[in-house]
Design a protein around this ligand. Structure first.
Ligand code: ADP
Length: 418
């Protein structure tokens, strides 16, 4: 009995030693399988219960999953709102990859360029926007050359549409194209320009007639009575001033309306400097010491008329704003490779706060002095336009009471060595 009892006990213990690990293993495997199934489809609803330590693991995983689920919903909602916002924007947006293929575009860009978001994604943008100006702008952007926004008139559109296009670097090598519809602004600008051009043109003929007669009367052999003569001289001066104003307005209109780039010719600047010297001596009538400084022997590529007008305005300003006895130097050099025309005077100078605004139309530091010296208030505006059309810049250095230097620089690419 005793022997049977011990034998059975041993058997039972052995059975237990074999079965318990086996049961535990089966439980572990089952839990792992449940975990695997759940991980394949981790729905919060059908998460497993778990036994022992597994319960804790499942509970934590469920909590993480729930938090993740909430975050995903919030993220998706803000992404949808962002997309809606970008779609609703009045500006066109096109996202480009590093090779200029369209990655994404909004509804406005589709409308502006006649594109289709589904069909055209992945296509090279140059194949869809085939304007030569745009392709040039894109090439400049890729070459790292910064330029002002491109104004592009899409003539195929009905009605005609004018866009202001900017390209910005985006991400690693991508690009972001922004297109703003400026049709109305461009139309208003054209009306303004046409109006100024027409008014100036219309004023020119009657003014020429009046000036002609006035000149004749004041220089007549039988002069009018002394009192009337004074009035006539004044009228003559004012008529001449109006003539200059009209001529400057017409020059500005021509510059604004002319096609870019300006007429490209070889301009003999050293010869131009000689003729500017003669003109300035005539204008000064011996009141100033005017001389040529460094005159480098090179020419430039550009419009001879426009450059003459710009440089002439700078020289005329130096004469008009330098009191008698002062000196003026004209020079032509290649500062840092850029051909530069400079006029230095020992004149009245300009307070620094006025310098940034000098090239605005009709902006004068001293209105009375400008009018008395025969200024129209448009000289530096003309200079600025001419230089912009030649990709040049104007640098002004000035000190009140000591004088000024106006330097007009053109890009090195325009320089011609002769
Ligand atoms: P304006 O016909 O009045 O001379 P500009 O556009 O040529 O018009 O010049 C704008 C203003 O800049 C002038 O009214 C004057 O106050 C100032 N200015 C231009 N050049 C000079 C200079 N060399 N010295 C001092 N002031 C100058």
């Amino acid at each position: 009995m005793m022997q049977f009892g011990i034998g059975t006990l041993v058997m039972l213990v052995l059975l237990l030693l074999v079965c318990v690990p086996f049961i535990l293993l089966v439980v572990q495997l089952r839990q792992r399988r449940q975990l695997r199934i759940w991980l394949n489809q981790p729905e919060v609803r059908n998460s497993p219960d778990g036994i022992g330590a597994w319960r804790d693991i499942f509970t934590r995983l469920q909590r993480l999953r729930k938090e993740d689920h909430i975050e995903r919903i919030a993220l998706a909602s803000s992404r949808d709102r962002f997309r809606l916002m970008v779609q609703t924007l009045p500006d066109g947006i096109i996202l480009l990859d590093g090779n200029d293929h369209i990655e994404w575009l909004n509804a406005t860009a589709c409308r502006q360029f006649g594109l289709d978001a589904q069909r055209d994604a992945g296509t090279l943008i140059e194949q869809l926007i085939r304007h030569s100006q745009f392709i040039e702008y894109l090439t400049d952007f890729r070459a790292g050359r910064q330029s002002a926004p491109l104004v592009l008139a899409l003539n195929g559109e009905q009605p005609r549409c004018v866009l202001s296009i900017s390209l910005l670097s985006f991400g690693d090598a991508g690009g972001l194209l922004l297109a703003r519809d400026i049709t109305e602004i461009a139309r208003a600008e054209t009306i303004r320009r046409d109006f100024i051009a027409n008014v100036s043109h219309e004023l020119r003929t009657p003014l020429t007639v009046i000036s002609g007669f006035l000149e004749q009367i004041t220089s007549d052999h039988a002069p009018p009575a002394e009192a009337t003569r004074g009035f006539l001289v004044l009228m003559n001066e004012q008529a001449q001033r109006m003539n200059r104003l009209v001529e400057d307005l017409l020059t500005l209109s021509r510059l604004e309306n002319a096609a870019t780039p300006p007429r490209e010719e070889r301009v003999n600047v050293p010869a131009l400097m000689q003729s500017l010297l003669i003109e300035s001596l005539a204008l000064s009538s011996g009141r100033h010491a005017i001389e040529l400084g460094e005159i480098a022997p090179f020419w430039v590529q550009g419009s001879p008329d426009e450059l003459r007008s710009a440089f002439g305005n700078l020289v005329s300003n130096a004469v008009r704003y330098t009191p008698a006895g002062g000196s003026i130097t004209l020079s032509w050099s290649d500062a840092d490779g850029s051909p530069t025309f400079a006029v230095t005077d020992t004149g009245i100078g300009i307070p620094p706060e006025h310098v940034p605004r000098l090239s605005e139309r009709f902006y004068r530091v001293d209105k009375g002095r400008s009018a008395a010296s025969g200024g129209t208030g448009l000289g530096l505006a003309i200079v600025k336009h001419v230089l912009a059309r030649h990709q040049g810049t104007l640098l002004i250095r000035s000190e009140v009471g000591r004088g000024s230097t106006f330097s007009a620089s053109l890009p090195a690419a325009r320089l011609i060595r002769v």
